[in-house]
Design a binder for this molecule. Structure first.
Ligand SMILES: Cc1cc2nc3c(=O)[nH]c(=O)nc-3n(C[C@H](O)[C@H](O)[C@H](O)COP(=O)(O)O)c2cc1C
Length: 224
């Protein structure tokens, strides 16, 4: 079933869903496949389509991945750029928003294995021939759009997702759990998937566009 949201609604309300995941509602494999079919319409460098998609529903594997994630979370949570520490401004509303996100992220760490499915987008590229300049722009850049398309398509179908990357601190161990050929394949993210409790989501907390917009060069302002 689709929610019938407008494109703009999907783009502005696809949140990192953590506390509102419905762990008890199973996900039909076909819905995940439908979202991935749409994801395949995303661009990739030279239309190379090197992307590989690992969907994990096996409870033991979900638990093993969640345990790795928790180990990484325990390291991350004290770092200065962790979501609970990064805001150093004095706007109480913004601070409260970061605090809510930190609490939500802690909840995900505590409960990740309960998500009925996880998606790990994987990209070939850990090779000596792949120059450094291409790793971020071409390798990662050839799978992120498709992965985000998956998350948008999931939102339209009542599913919540969250982009997470912390498990890559222990990427080799995750590769072992899932038999991924680690010497070549780069894990881009670990995306827990669950139906959401309710389907109404709001716009997120974002800085004004003017803070990041440059027009005709670094120092240029946009026309009014
Ligand atoms: C590169 C990247 C890495 C992220 N890693 C994690 C993560 O490991 N754990 C987590 O809970 N959220 C993670 N997030 C989600 C962000 O915290 C989230 O997108 C951000 O707080 C905005 O949330 P919102 O869209 O719901 O407003 C990550 C997002 C990105 C883009």
């Amino acid at each position: 079933m689709q929610l019938g949201l407008s494109v703009d609604d999907v783009l502005s309300t696809t949140r990192a869903v953590r506390k509102r995941m419905d762990f008890d509602r199973p996900i039909e494999p076909q819905v995940i496949k439908d979202c991935l079919e749409l994801a395949l319409q995303a661009p990739s460098g030279s239309n190379s389509q090197g992307w590989q998609w690992i969907v994990v529903t096996d409870p033991d594997k979900r638990m093993a991945l969640a345990d790795l994630y928790r180990q990484a979370w325990a390291i991350y949570v004290d770092l200065p750029f962790a979501i609970g520490n990064i805001y150093d401004g004095d706007d109480p509303e913004v601070k409260a928003s970061y605090d809510r996100s930190a609490s939500s992220a802690q909840y995900l760490a505590d409960n990740m294995e309960k998500a009925p499915a996880m998606l790990i987008p994987v990209m070939p590229g850990r090779t000596p021939e792949n120059p450094d300049w291409a790793t971020a722009s071409a390798t990662v850049g050839s799978i992120v759009q498709a992965s985000w398309s998956f998350m948008l398509a999931a939102r339209e179908r009542g599913l919540g997702t969250s982009w997470t990357t912390l498990h890559t601190m222990f990427e080799e161990q995750a590769a072992e759990i899932l038999d991924i050929p680690h010497e070549e394949m780069i894990q881009i993210a670990l995306i827990p998937i669950a139906y959401t409790k309710g389907t109404d989501f709001k716009k997120g907390n974002r800085n004004p566009l003017a803070d990041s917009l440059h027009w005709d060069g670094w120092g240029g302002s946009a026309p009014n």
